[in-house]
Design a protein around this ligand. Structure first.
Ligand code: FPP
Length: 259
């Protein structure tokens, strides 16, 4: 689907303005289990339906021209779930990577992953890393999967890397500023999060991209993740485009174009 067909897509009263798209959208994909229970299904069926939402949302974001999309697919804390559910999620990840190979390569998408990837089972890690390597030169959109990820852990690892550089004499403490710190986070070169979406009615960040989302606009919806598809993505972006992003300044400053 072309970006043009999105521009003209009816969406209540608010069409999408391609000039002010969020550059980086992050999603906390919540509610798979509750969706399944509502349908009288096992939790894993909710994750399977959730994987279909992943496919749809990636395709829609790419067609719109979003530069980066980060999906919270598995948190550091999710290892504590029942082993059978963890195993099902790892198999879903593996299947996703295999089945989306062509979609990712044909659409110039760079697949990237953040989190403690060493903890993933070998079959999933090997498949993931292979596609990450193959797609590393793709430029149109970065699809970043957060796997075994925690925002605090991300910040701690960045701090530790900087501390090691200082201890080794490669860096002076006074050289550490926000830009340098940010460059040591797992998200590296990705732009800061502009829009953070969470489904299922929960209104928390749950240790996701804590630094990177410092100025993100937050969009919470009651939809469960398996019901979150292209129309819901468009609704979230339209809501984002209604917000005034002040970054600590005043409305008057923004409308006067004062510096
Ligand atoms: C939260 O819902 C969702 C997860 C912990 C996993 C997200 C995984 C997917 C969407 C599918 C696989 C991902 C990829 C990238 C193929 P929950 O289980 O906490 O739902 P609940 O709060 O209703 O129990």
């Amino acid at each position: 689907m072309s970006a043009d067909s999105f521009r003209s897509a009816p969406l209540g009263a608010a069409p999408i303005d391609p000039a002010t798209l969020p550059r980086h959208i992050a999603v906390i994909m919540d509610g798979n289990g509750r969706w399944a229970r509502q349908q009288g299904l096992e939790r894993v069926a909710g994750h399977e339906e959730g994987a279909k939402s992943v496919r749809t949302v990636v395709r829609a974001a790419r067609a719109l021209g979003v530069r980066a999309l980060t999906l919270f697919a598995f948190s550091e804390q999710n290892w504590g779930r029942p082993p059978l559910e963890v195993e099902a999620l790892m198999r879903l990840l593996y299947r996703y990577v295999l089945e989306e190979h062509n979609e990712i390569m044909d659409n110039d998408i760079r697949l990237f992953a953040i989190g403690d990837l060493h903890r993933l089972p070998t079959f999933a890690r090997v498949a993931l890393k292979a596609l990450m390597k193959l797609s590393a030169g793709n430029k149109s959109m970065t699809l970043c999967l957060a796997l075994s990820y925690g925002g605090r852990e991300d910040v701690v690892l960045a701090a530790r890397a900087l501390a090691e550089d200082v201890a080794a004499g490669r860096l002076a403490p006074e050289d550490i500023d926000e830009t340098l710190f940010e460059s040591r986070l797992s998200t590296g070169e990705m732009p800061p999060v502009d829009l953070m979406i969470r489904t299922s009615g929960e209104q928390r960040l749950s240790n996701f991209l804590l630094w990177q989302a410092a100025y993100a606009e937050l969009f919470f919806t009651d939809e469960m993740w398996p019901d979150f598809r292209k129309p819901q993505l468009l609704e979230a972006i339209a809501a984002y485009q209604q917000r005034e992003r002040r970054f600590g300044r005043t409305s008057a400053q923004l409308s006067d174009g004062e510096s």
